[in-house]
Design a protein around this ligand. Structure first.
Ligand SMILES: Nc1ncnc2c1ncn2[C@@H]1O[C@H](COP(=O)(O)OP(=O)(O)OP(=O)(O)O)[C@@H](O)[C@H]1O
Length: 228
């Protein structure tokens, strides 16, 4: 049981932006995917969730071939993709935002419990929240939908590092409930701090795969992860 990519290739325009990538995201674990700008990280997540179709390879979720399913079917099967940019309804309150994805009161409460900061602002319009709090709403919405696997694309975008750092233990807690998390980040250090597995993608190919510690302790590898 896991989310498995085998030999996946993604084409955009004329050429491949992801070539022969294989990786596994296990339930209850965080796989952190890092790599420089334009390495193809977003394209890879998009191929998993069905925003684009993979040109080659297989993608299975707990044994189900995802490539045969539409984007919506992948989502109802338990795959939640949090795309770049804060996908919230700014004029709705925090409560209303969460209620849009939580199917039951228990799911709503469980999601909210991870975010004490949000409990205090539950009836405020989300537009009035800070960038970090808005990103918490995004994460809470995703978790409230009870995903089996969660794809998180550059949650750090536009956030101060210290604010992003606050999200890390929450993402860890989410994974500990049994959710498999694929965390894509340019801020490699922080995202690797909570990772169970690490993958570096450079120019569309896997250039490192293994223990996060092996990457964190190798300066050349890290440089490659940031700069290519
Ligand atoms: N819709 C598109 N059409 C054509 N090419 C695209 C499209 N989206 C991305 N690309 C190209 O695909 C390559 C990989 O981009 P992608 O956004 O997947 O990388 P990334 O690692 O997520 O980078 P970033 O961190 O900058 O988002 C880049 O060369 C980019 O220009």
């Amino acid at each position: 049981m896991s989310l498995v990519l085998d030999d996946v290739t993604v084409r955009r325009g004329i050429g491949p932006v992801i070539s022969n990538v294989s990786l596994e995201v296990e339930p209850g674990k965080i796989t952190t995917l890092v790599g420089p700008n334009g390495a193809g990280k977003t394209s890879l997540l998009e191929a998993i969730s069905g925003v684009v179709q993979a040109a080659g390879g297989t993608i299975t979720m707990d044994g189900t071939d995802l490539r045969k399913l539409s984007r919506r079917r992948r989502s109802t099967a338990g795959l939640k993709h949090v795309e770049q940019g804060r996908m919230i309804f700014p004029s709705l309150t925090v409560r209303e935002n969460l209620k849009l994805t939580a199917r039951t009161q228990a799911d709503f409460e469980e999601a909210l419990a991870l975010f004490p900061e949000l409990e205090k602002r539950i009836d405020n319009a989300t537009v009035l929240l800070s960038g970090g709090e808005q990103q918490m709403v995004v994460l809470a919405r995703a978790f409230a939908a009870k995903p089996r696997y969660l794809l998180l694309d550059e949650m750090s975008l536009g956030l101060a590092p210290v604010v992003f750092l606050r999200l890390m233990p929450i993402i860890k807690q989410i994974s500990e409930t049994g959710v498999g998390v694929l965390l894509v980040e340019q801020f490699a250090h922080m995202a690797l701090g909570v990772a169970d597995d690490a993958v570096v993608v450079t120019s569309g190919r896997v250039s490192y795969q293994g223990e996060p510690q092996g990457l964190l302790s190798d300066e050349d590898l890290l440089k490659q992860a940031y700069l290519g």
